[in-house]
Design a protein around this ligand. Structure first.
Ligand code: WQD
Length: 339
């Protein structure tokens, strides 16, 4: 299939591009480079030995989308583009609602105008809010505890209503748990702008000497070691979930959501210990106050994706730490070097 991949230069998008290209699909990438670097697309070409056009621009521009759908026979869309910082979303809610929802609806309008009605949507486990019980199944209650999570929740609702009104749409929303790691080649990985919000890129930068110590946000949660527990999955496994979804769409009318997670919980201290094994160094840390809005425990029940998409995680936490360390060591400043 010829797949339009929005956010194709991003952390998730670049890894999705590799899996699609390596499995015989063609990719047209679109990215506004707000939180990514076009070098990632060059690296995707190096990894796969295949070419992919990349449009630099915003998916909220209907004329750009019309140009892309006119220039290329697109069979399906994987929509990874969007703003994704939880903290920033609470400070700038209008920016997040405008951007993420406008992006999705403009894309769906362009798809419909060109008769393209197969879509994989990048959603998030944040649609579960503070889960009542774990592991979390797809029929768990949905709620949003921040504007970013709300844009994913509302996005899924827009798509469910679209599929109900137009039965020829085929839509899968993928609820990511916590993506970590980097492609084993060390050529692509997470390259956050500024100070990383998320745990793993922060640990990696401490290991590389770019940051002094890991601040552990609370050790008084009701968990085995008192620190927050999450479902960390390797980004290549996550990318393969998109491949499975795209290939499943062939006969999957309507709208469905699937958890993409490993199904087990890892604490902050366990994550740090795993990274110490990968880098062979001691990682300085300091326990500080809880981060506002954080929940204690969140991990997936991935049975539906296992059963219906034929997808499950294959990489271990230690694999992800080793791959992150290889990426961080070879690219200490992310994509700024043009090696
Ligand atoms: C993980 C754990 C923190 C940083 C977020 C988004 C979610 C998704 C993934 C987009 C928590 C602790 C963290 C640090 C710490 N993104 N922590 N020190 O919050 O589970 O999920 O990223 O879809 O939408 O909410 O991930 O990596 O920020 O935190 O102790 O410097 O690590 O308290 O327990 P989170 P995270």
């Amino acid at each position: 299939m010829n797949v339009l991949l929005t956010g194709g230069a991003g952390y998730i998008g670049s890894h999705v591009a590799v899996e699609l290209l390596e499995n015989g699909h063609d990719v047209v990438a679109l990215d506004n480079l707000h939180n990514s670097d076009v070098e990632a697309v060059n690296r995707v070409k190096r990894i796969t030995g295949r070419d992919l056009p990349c449009y630099v621009g915003d998916g909220t521009d209907p004329e750009l989308l019309d140009e892309i759908f006119t220039e290329h026979r697109i069979d399906a869309v994987v929509h990874c583009a969007g703003l994704k910082a939880v903290g920033e979303s609470t400070e700038r809610p209008l920016l997040y609602y405008r951007n993420n929802l406008d992006l999705l609806m403009t894309l769906c309008e362009a798809m419909d105008a060109h008769g393209v009605r197969s879509l994989v949507f990048s959603s998030s486990a944040t649609v579960y809010g503070d889960p009542g019980r774990v592991p979390i199944t797809e029929d768990a209650p949905l709620s949003a505890t921040n504007p970013y999570g709300a844009t994913k929740l509302f996005g899924e609702r827009v798509l469910a209503d679209l599929a109900a009104a137009s039965p020829d749409w085929r839509i899968i929303s993928l609820r990511y748990f916590n993506p970590i790691g980097a492609h084993p080649s060390g050529l692509i990985g997470e390259s956050p702008n500024g100070v990383p919000n998320n745990l793993f890129p922060y640990i990696a930068q401490v290991a590389a000497g770019r940051r002094e110590k890991v601040l552990v946000y609370g050790d008084d949660y009701d968990t085995p070691d008192g620190t927050g527990v999450r479902d960390y999955l390797h980004v290549v496994d996550l990318a393969r979930g998109h491949l499975a979804a795209i290939e499943h769409l062939a006969d999957a009318y309507g709208a469905r959501a699937y958890n993409l997670g490993g199904g087990q919980g890892t604490s902050v201290l366990e994550a740090i210990a795993a990274f110490e094994r990968a880098c062979g160094k001691e990682i300085p840390r300091q326990v500080v106050a809880r981060r506002p809005g954080d929940i204690a425990v969140c991990y997936a029940d991935p049975a539906a994706a296992n059963r219906e998409l034929g997808w499950k995680t294959t990489f271990t936490l230690d694999d992800a730490c080793a791959d992150t360390w290889r990426w961080q060591s070879a690219n200490p400043d992310g994509f700024t070097d043009r090696a």
